[in-house]
Design a protein around this ligand. Structure first.
Ligand code: MG
Length: 260
């Protein structure tokens, strides 16, 4: 069942969304050659807890980290580790979730480690455009298929692969609510979008095959051909005035102690 949020509840969700965004900015500020993903994870966990939030991912289904950190051919759900040291030229998707006042905010960004190849940069730029196109399609009266089609047409039109095995999702008091939000689809098909739906749109785009598999650690998803993958995500509310990004505003967190 899709849980419709009231305008008041959407306002409340902006708090969790802005904390999640601020945590993501904090993570991004630390990305550099030589840092481990465990160090970034610890900083993000500390940041979220400092602001009296809870890192949503920690312990979710047994996940050990507060961030997902997915490097290069890793698509999503990479486990932060002291042994994963970022190298010049890597790209890293960092996904942060914060629970605050009973609501969840979920977002992700793919960061460049130092200077990256033209191939990596082009993939990331296209994936950002895919996220933007998906959000723009999230208007009342459209269908979920319009979001998926907007992402898919842009990605495939640029010769990229669209991951099928992992999708966006509804967001609310828990991280994963109905509906699933695929990054592929047919226009005018699927669930009709209604005012009050809150969803995470998160294109996962590859430079090669869209096939994936999961590493033996049972979490980390990688491309099956070893090609690069990029991933961006925002939590958005569908309102009568169009899509509103809940993980956009940095809220009060920037100016507070420990802020970005
Ligand atoms: Mg998500």
């Amino acid at each position: 069942m899709i849980k419709i949020k009231s305008p008041q509840q959407i306002e409340e969700m902006k708090i969790a969304g802005s904390l999640s965004k601020a945590a993501l900015r904090r993570a991004g500020s630390l990305v550099r050659p030589g840092i481990s993903t465990a160090e970034i994870d610890a900083a993000v966990e500390g940041f979220i807890r400092l602001h009296r939030g809870t890192p949503t991912f920690k312990g979710y289904g047994g996940f050990p980290g507060s961030i997902c950190s997915s490097v290069n051919e890793q698509v999503v759900h990479g486990i932060p580790s002291p042994s994963v040291i970022l190298q010049e030229g890597d790209i890293i998707s960092i996904d942060t979730g914060a629970t605050k006042d009973g609501w969840v905010g979920d977002n992700a960004w793919t960061f460049y480690v130092g200077s990256v190849s033209d191939e990596a940069r082009a993939l990331c730029e296209c994936t950002r455009d895919c996220l933007k196109a998906g959000i723009e399609a999230a208007v009342p009266g459209n269908h979920l298929g319009d979001i998926g089609a907007a992402v898919q047409e842009l990605a495939e039109g640029n010769g990229y692969g669209v991951v099928r095995d992992y999708v966006g999702h509804g967001v609310g008091r828990v991280m994963h609510e109905e509906p699933s939000v695929p990054n592929y689809g047919r226009r005018h098909h699927g669930v009709k979008l209604q005012v009050g739906m809150v969803i995470a749109i998160e294109p996962m785009i590859t430079a090669g095959s869209w096939g994936t598999y999961v590493l033996p650690n049972r979490w980390t998803v990688v491309t099956d051909d070893g090609s690069l993958a990029a991933h961006y995500e925002n939590t958005i509310a569908i309102t009568k005035d169009g899509p509103v990004i809940l993980t956009e505003d940095d809220g009060p967190w920037c100016s507070m102690e420990g802020g970005v």
